[in-house]
Structures are given as C-alpha cells and as structure tokens.
Design a protein around this ligand. Structure first.
Ligand code: CA
Length: 220
C-alpha cells in the first residue's frame, strides 16, 4: 500500500513513516501543503495522512481542493489537541477520519487499515481467494487453513492482488505497490514474485492477461 504522509514535524513524521513501513506500507513523506498538493495527483495513493497545521498551505485547504477535484483517496487528518473546530472543519471538508495529537502509532495503523479496507469495499478484516486467506492486522497467510510463510515481497504482491481481486492489475500498478522495496526491485521483479506465488499456491492462482498484467484466477 502506498501512503502519502503530510507532516511538517520532523520527529513525528519520522516515527509515523517508520511505523507504517513496518505495516507493509510504502510512504511518500512531504512536509508542507504545497508539496502535498503537487504529490496527490501524481500517484494512486491508498490513503493520505494529513496534518492540518502545515507551512505554505494549511491541510484544510489542501483537503478542500482535493475533494473539489473529485479525488476520493481516503484521508485521515491529524489535529492538534484542543482544536475541536479543526476536527469538525476537516470532517466537513471530506476527511474520512481523524486523530488528535498525541496519538499511539498502533491506533493510526489500525485506523488506516480500516479506511483502506472500507475504500476497497471489503468489510471483512481478512482477504480471501481460492482457499488463501490473508489477515492484514497480523500479516498471517494461510492456505486451506495451513499457515504459509511468505517473504516480504511475496506478501506485498499477494496483498496487492487480493485487495484488487475484481480487477486486472498492470505490471506498473503492482510495481508501484511494491515500491517500498524499490531498492531491490529490478525490471523483472513482478514476474519473479508472480512465479514464486504460483509455486506456493498453484499455477492457476494468478492469471497472466497477455500484454496487460495479472489478476487472480477463478478461485477454484
Ligand atoms: Ca504541523
């Protein structure tokens, strides 16, 4: 999952980024409202964590512009303590959730998972296809009830395909979603990991759509 983090506080931003990376998210971190405005249309982010008090342009105006453009990316706003008015203004401007500083990182992680899940139209906290079950909160994967051990990239690819199981995923979409591991992602990374997942879950588990990309099989 790819998250845009907009936070000008270096220490807080650093902590959030580190925490989300542990949660299998790739994080683009910008530190002012103008940079956020420029970054948001560039990638199909799975969610945005948006501080409201920002240099150059405040978070509320970034949010209003985003929604004005019809962008429906899930947005969680961060508000300062004692700023009830900000919270209300943020929710009215189209924020999906909020947290008041200071907050616990696990709570931010859980709220983001819930937001992304709802945005994907899946109410259940687990993702399932063809006997393969992935539980994002614990990162547990099972096949027909038996635990399956996956490397970080195998897990990331499986998570991506399961979250979009109704849709074809192009290679570049998958690459974007694996971007957190970009330093080791070569030109054939996607093919390599598709191959590995097929070895674990069967050749039919992932279908190749020639010249276009991949999608999960019919789930026999
Ligand atoms: Ca701030």
């Amino acid at each position: 999952m790819r998250i845009l983090l907009v936070e000008d506080d270096a220490q807080l931003g650093d902590g959030i980024r580190a925490g989300l990376k542990l949660d299998d998210c790739s994080v683009d971190w910008v530190r002012d409202g103008e940079a956020a405005r420029l970054a948001l249309p560039v990638h199909a982010y799975d969610a945005c964590v948006l501080d409201l008090g920002l240099p150059k342009r405040d978070g509320l105006s970034v949010l209003k512009e985003l929604r004005g453009q019809g962008n429906r990316v899930p947005v969680l706003i961060l508000t300062a303590r004692d700023s009830g008015a900000d919270k209300i203004a943020g929710l009215d401007a189209g924020a999906d959730d909020y947290l008041t500083k200071p907050f616990d990182l696990p709570e931010l992680q859980a709220r983001l998972r819930a937001l992304i899940r709802r945005a994907g139209g899946a109410a259940a906290p687990t993702l399932e296809h063809g006997g393969v079950v992935l539980e994002p909160a614990s990162k547990r994967v099972t096949r027909d009830g038996q635990p399956v051990v996956l490397s970080a990239l195998e897990y990331a690819l499986l998570y991506d395909l399961l979250r979009h199981k109704q849709h074809l995923r192009t290679r570049s979409q998958i690459e974007e979603s694996l971007y957190a591991w970009g330093e080791e992602a070569g030109s054939n990374t996607v093919e390599v990991y598709v191959h590995r997942l097929r070895k674990k879950f069967g050749a039919e588990f992932i279908r190749t759509v020639r010249g276009m990309g991949y999608r999960l099989g019919d789930g026999a």
